[in-house]
Design a protein around this ligand. Structure first.
Ligand SMILES: NC(=O)c1ccc[n+]([C@@H]2O[C@H](COP(=O)([O-])OP(=O)(O)OC[C@H]3O[C@@H](n4cnc5c(N)ncnc54)[C@H](OP(=O)(O)O)[C@@H]3O)[C@@H](O)[C@H]2O)c1
Length: 292
């Protein structure tokens, strides 16, 4: 499998590069400056030159709060970019796996979100990613959209890295406890995406492998519980006690509104593609080990 992934420095692209060989996949990363999603004009030429079997559209404008004041750029990168990419891919007969987000939902449901639930983004970022999903599936219903959430990894900036740094500086951390989701290692997501890629390429006749899927980590956590797991791990190594004080979303105002419930029901993914993410706690220590 020759898989082209958009972005070079992102958490998921680096995870795909690490996990690719175990799946017999050659990962070709295409990113800035030569490949800019905001400059859709050059995409066709770059894709033709790369000759992939499949494309993972992982690059995105991911600055959730900044997007509130840069909606044009967020939509250009997250919606128009994937649209242009899909059109170029369709011309080459290459399927696209578009990575999307739990932030397409407003968080109002109490149960985990299924693929049948109506999205209603509460932020510019969420709206731009939803427009990207719709564009990719409109270009070809044989493309794939995978929604993930709460991503952390040994690479790039993420919540686990921030908590680890803050826990090294302070004994008490105040963390939001009224948002619930599934902390997801990008390395686990990479395993899932590579499984889907292998299925799509080896069974092209199966329409059920295409379309929309949720890929949430096993179990659930609040940000405070996720931070607690990280602090406990660090405490066990250092002998220190780091306390996580629970606060509410209202205590920690941000420009963008985030869903209170980000849990993704991933049964369809397991039933159709035979992949389930591991319980979230299992993946934390191996990532922290690499971050310290
Ligand atoms: N992080 C999360 O918690 C989370 C949650 C749900 C869904 N997702 C989705 O998962 C996917 C992967 O996220 P991630 O955490 O790996 O992202 P990330 O670490 O923030 O990396 C984003 C990547 O996108 C690239 N990029 C940004 N603007 C670009 C542009 N105009 N043209 C080309 N490349 C551009 C960046 O390249 P530069 O190095 O050039 O900036 C970087 O490689 C994204 O689609 C994201 O929306 C993420």
């Amino acid at each position: 499998m020759r898989i082209l992934v958009t972005g070079k420095t992102g958490q998921l692209v680096q995870s795909l590069q690490e996990r690719g060989p175990a799946f017999g996949a050659e990962i070709v990363a295409l990113g800035r400056p030569e490949f800019d999603l905001a400059d859709a004009g050059r995409i066709q030429d770059l894709l033709s030159a790369a000759r992939p079997d499949l494309i993972v559209s992982a690059a995105a404008y991911t600055a959730v709060d900044k997007a509130e004041s840069e909606p044009e750029l967020a939509f250009a990168v997250n919606a128009e970019g994937p649209r242009a990419l899909s059109i170029a891919a369709a011309a080459l007969g290459v399927p696209v796996i578009q990575i999307s987000t739990d932030y397409v939902f407003d968080g109002s449901k109490t149960e985990p979100w299924t693929e049948a639930d109506a999205p209603a983004p509460a932020s510019v970022y969420g709206a731009s990613k939803l427009a990207g999903e719709q564009a990719v599936l409109a270009v070809s219903p044989r493309n794939v959209v995978v929604r993930v959430g709460w991503v952390y990894s040994p690479f790039g900036g993420n919540f686990a890295k921030t908590i680890l740094r803050l826990a090294g500086e302070r004994d008490v951390l105040r963390v939001v406890a009224d948002q619930v989701g599934g902390p997801s290692s990008a390395l686990d997501i990479a395993d899932g995406v590579l499984t889907m890629a292998r299925n799509v390429l080896s069974q092209p006749e199966r329409d059920d492998l295409r379309g929309l899927f949720h890929m949430g980590a096993g179990g659930e956590a609040t940000w405070a519980e996720f931070a607690g797991e990280i602090c406990d791990w660090l405490g066990a190594r250092t002998g220190r006690t780091i306390v996580v004080e629970k606060i509410t979303t209202a205590d920690y105002p941000t420009k963008a509104r985030r869903p209170a419930n980000s849990r993704l029901d991933s049964n369809r993914l397991e039933n159709v593609h035979g992949f389930r993410m591991p319980p979230w706690r299992n993946s934390v220590a191996p990532v922290l080990q690499r971050l310290v």
